[in-house]
Design a protein around this ligand. Structure first.
Ligand SMILES: Nc1ccn([C@@H]2O[C@H](COP(=O)(O)OP(=O)(O)OP(=O)(O)O)[C@@H](O)[C@H]2O)c(=O)n1
Ligand SMILES: O=P(O)(O)OC[C@@H](O)[C@@H](O)[C@@H](O)CO
Length: 435
């Protein structure tokens, strides 16, 4: 059984290690030197923002979080070098080096491969993974398979079934013949190579290869006789090519961020009961995990909340927060939650949602109706938005005379809360909605 290396005592990733065998090292080249013409956008697609973060940052994150990846070389056009350096700093990316790209994808990739040569990066990797920077959705398990297959076969590549039949056209654009689709596959990324295989392949490349080629696996076969092992990958390997793909990427990322929520009660009995009722209803919204943290224990010290927020080891990074307050002001506690999130730097990589649910049972005109409270919420939300924290308010009123909240009102509240968490609409931040 192969083991994925963990960082050794000095924090250096070990790379892969077979039982009793020598570990081998893996580094990555992310070609990102293109202009993204097919999107029709002025900004190259790898730098287009998705949920307030450049697309390339998601791809880098997919690799840097793996302890067995040693170095990540991002290859960008010369004019994007400063932008790329800023992205690395802003999103605190690690293991990343930036090198200049070339006029074509192959030229960019070769620049990246050369940058991994011993003299430049401290150690030539045994295996290099090449992955288009505009393919942000790549999972560790598949990368593991590609790297192992490259180690064992010299080269490996991701493939996917064709979704359209491939045809050959005559010089006058008539049908010449069509290919039997079942015999062909689409070549995708990631691809893996023994370092010396891809290095030699590029050294022997012709200018035609460099200027018109699109397939690294073919170069390895043609110039080094290395036949790549092909592995069918998941459908998530698709490449952002057109403008619509950016919208699709944002939708996928939003889905990945709304799988969990932390319900924070204000410690009162009513709030605890309501939190449990809301948890039950929210559970039907396939919220993967919900945690109720009574703020009563937190009091002014908030000794529990920072533990919950800061303890990323047991909490996914995608916590969303639903803060309940019954009759009390609640806004000061919401402010404490926002401060704790800021202190834990939890919104660095994606916007975090805090939904303040204020329900009151007063029969008179509550402060909410007077409009005094919403102003404070707007101010708090404006400041929070600067920290990538989206704060929304929902007001729910029911009379003490009622037996309690109706299932209908809780369901309505749950639907509204889930929508705010899912959509993460920055324009609605600070608004006090009514369930
Ligand atoms: N000279 C180039 C051209 C492309 N790429 C990179 O190769 C990957 C896949 O290429 P593609 O999807 O074709 O990107 P673009 O060339 O930018 O797209 P277009 O053809 O629409 O301009 C992208 O991450 C792109 O940035 C590169 O590093 N250097
Ligand atoms: O062809 P494009 O320049 O759009 O993108 C490059 C892709 O072709 C490439 O990533 C895979 O086909 C694998 O080689």
């Amino acid at each position: 059984m192969n083991q994925r290396g963990a960082a050794d005592g000095c924090g250096e990733p070990q790379g892969f290690r077979r039982h009793g065998g020598a570990p081998f090292t893996v580094s990555v080249v992310l070609p990102a030197g293109g202009t993204g013409e097919r999107t029709g956008l002025p900004t190259p697609k790898q730098f287009c923002t998705v949920l307030s973060r450049p697309l390339i940052s998601y791809t880098i994150q997919a690799f840097e979080r793996l302890s067995w990846i040693q170095h990540i070389v991002v290859v960008v056009a010369g004019e994007s070098n400063a932008l790329m350096t800023d992205i690395i700093q802003r999103f605190q990316h690690t293991k990343v080096r930036v090198v200049s790209g070339g006029a074509t994808r192959h030229r960019s990739i070769f620049n990246g491969v050369r940058a991994l040569d011993a003299g430049k990066s401290g150690a030539t990797p045994d295996v290099v993974i090449i992955h288009d920077a505009v393919r942000p959705f790549v999972e560790e398990d598949f990368l593991f398979e590609i790297a192992m297959a490259a180690k064992e076969n010299g080269a490996s590549g991701a493939i996917r079934p064709l979704v359209s039949t491939v045809i050959a056209t005559s010089s006058e654009d008539y049908l010449d013949h069509s290919l039997e689709r079942s015999k062909y596959r689409a070549s995708e990324m990631p691809q893996g190579f023994l370092y010396h295989v891809i290095y030699q392949a590029y050294q022997k490349c012709s200018e035609v290869d460099f200027d018109f080629g699109t397939e690294c696996l073919q170069l390895a076969l043609q110039h080094t006789g290395t036949q790549a092992k092909l592995i069918e990958g998941p459908p998530t390997l698709w490449k952002v090519t057109y403008k619509r793909d950016l919208a699709a990427a944002e939708s996928i990322i939003k889905e990945s961020l709304c799988g969990s929520a932390c319900i924070i009660s204000d410690g009162s009995e009513r709030s605890r009961e309501f939190g449990q009722c809301l948890q039950r209803v929210m559970g039907s919204f396939d919220m993967v995990s919900i945690l109720t943290v009574p703020t009563g224990k937190m009091g002014t010290e908030l000794d529990v909340l920072p533990d919950v927020i800061g303890d990323a080891s047991c909490l996914s990074k995608e916590w969303n927060f639903i803060q309940l307050s019954v009759n009390g002001s609640g806004l000061s506690e919401v402010e404490e939650t926002v401060r704790a999130l800021e202190a834990a730097n939890r919104a660095l990589l994606h916007p975090i949602v805090v939904v303040w649910v204020r329900f009151d049972t007063s029969d008179g005109l509550s402060v909410m109706e007077t409009g005094a409270r919403p102003l404070l919420l707007v101010e708090l939300a404006s400041a929070a938005k600067l920290q990538n924290i989206l704060l929304y308010g929902i007001h729910l009123h029911f009379s003490e005379k009622d037996a309690g909240w109706s299932d209908g009102s809780v369901k309505r509240l749950a639907e509204l809360t889930y929508t705010l968490i899912h959509d993460r609409n920055a324009s609605l931040a600070g608004q006090m909605l009514h369930a």
